[in-house]
Design a binder for this molecule. Structure first.
Ligand SMILES: Cc1ncc(COP(=O)(O)O)c(C=O)c1O
Length: 400
């Protein structure tokens, strides 16, 4: 059960704004800000390396690793902290030992960060194959199976596209991949903190997620999950203290046997602490409650948006296939203009290509506007946003 009073109290911006852009990044709840601020304040008072303080902080980082693992059904050793989803994808693209002729499958709904790193592997003789999703932007498992060949090494797919909002059947995709001995990477940037996720049940090999979106953690936080059996097969693309052992006498080095091998150098302590507090916050609400509330808000949003004359909604037409992310255009008004007009009225949404160019092409548009409500939003806020949009549209019509 959501305690909306507390949730809203923990989010000071709601006094002035309606925030409907979690797909870009959410605002952090106050307890997350407090944990980070208190760390920064203490390190300003006694210095970051005051011995007992530093030891306690490192112990805290390891507790957060355990907590992050539990949150997605993984083991502590399988989790690395990363600054964002893009870097985590690069650790996998750059860390697997590719062979000439290997094939990687991605979806036609990917944004740049889960497309170009695979495209770049062409230089190593790897072929990128793009699966066309169906009319609902979903993976058709038969089509996927047809694309798999004995050379297919990996299927890397967004659990939910940032510019379509279709939630993919991740478990079924991973099962199919397993049957063909193909590895799977779930790009869960748009789902961790929004839907229940259990990597062991999903059966994926890798999963990446940033902390700043649905988890409501800080910018510069994220996690990389690597299935334990694959850790030693994934060579880190970066080397540094904390992840690497150096045998100075013999001029040799080796990487740690855990996913910590993907954490070279000084950890970004404030972000990791913030991520831990964000996971606590999500756990206190309950991931199932979050998921159900966002489903309800999504259905209502789609219903209400559909009452705006001249609106075109992109992504799945059946709301049951969509979660939160609802891209659209309104005839006669550019997405940028609409976004700016709404911002002037205190409603924050976003417009752009979202670096998901294939989705723009599919809809023959150059840009779109996008709503992405989270559990802290209300049905009343959606009503307000929609009534502003009607007003803005009417004003735009008067120009003609
Ligand atoms: C679906 C998807 N994949 C990948 C990314 C890239 O993640 P990051 O910005 O954390 O590097 C994003 C971020 O917007 C995204 O929405």
């Amino acid at each position: 059960m959501l305690n909306m009073m507390k949730i809203q109290k923990d989010m000071p911006l709601l006094e002035h704004y309606i925030y409907l852009n979690t797909a870009a990044a959410s605002a952090m709840p106050q307890p997350v800000v407090d944990v980070m601020a208190s760390y920064l304040q203490k390190q300003a008072s006694i210095g970051p390396y005051f011995p007992s303080f530093r030891q306690e902080i490192y112990a805290q980082v390891e507790r957060i690793r355990e907590k992050s693992a539990l949150f997605i059904g993984a083991k502590k050793e399988e989790i690395a902290f990363v600054p964002n989803g893009s870097m985590a994808i690069n650790y996998i693209a750059g860390g697997l030992q590719w062979e000439q002729g290997d094939e990687v499958i991605v979806l036609d709904t990917e944004m740049l960060s889960n497309y170009v790193p695979w495209l770049a592997l062409q230089q190593q003789g790897v072929q990128l194959k793009v699966l066309k999703t169906n009319a609902e932007y979903l993976v058709d498992l038969q089509e996927l199976e047809q694309l798999i060949t004995p050379h297919t090494r990996l299927i890397a797919f967004a659990h939910m596209s940032n510019a379509a909002g279709a939630l993919q059947p991740a478990k079924e995709i991973c099962q199919l991949a397993q049957q063909h001995h193909v590895l799977t990477l779930i790009n869960a940037n748009q789902t961790v903190g929004l839907t229940p996720i259990h990597v062991a049940e999903l059966g994926c090999d890798f999963l990446v997620a940033c902390g700043r979106k649905w988890l409501r953690g800080p910018e510069g936080s994220g996690i990389l999950y690597v299935r334990q059996a694959l850790i030693s097969a994934l060579t880190p693309i970066m080397i540094g203290w904390g992840s690497t052992q150096w045998d100075y006498q013999n001029d040799e080095y080796s990487f740690l046997e855990t996913a910590k091998r993907f954490e070279p150098g000084c950890p970004i302590i404030p972000s990791i602490l913030g991520l831990g507090a964000a996971i606590d916050y999500a756990n206190a609400i309950g991931i199932h409650s979050i998921y159900e509330r966002v489903q309800q808000l999504t259905n209502y949003l789609v219903e209400q948006l559909s009452t705006i004359p001249g609106i075109v909604l992109y992504g799945p037409q059946n709301s049951a296939h969509r979660l939160s992310i609802t891209p659209f255009n309104i005839e006669g008004i550019s997405p940028d203009e609409l976004t700016n007009e709404l911002a002037e009225r205190g409603v924050i949404i976003e417009a752009g290509t979202f670096m998901a160019n294939t989705i723009m092409e599919r809809n023959q548009i150059s840009q779109m506007a996008r709503f992405s409500p989270h559990y802290f939003n209300t049905f009343e806020e959606i009503d307000t946003a929609v009534s502003f949009m009607k007003e803005i549209r009417a004003k735009a019509q008067d120009r003609y």
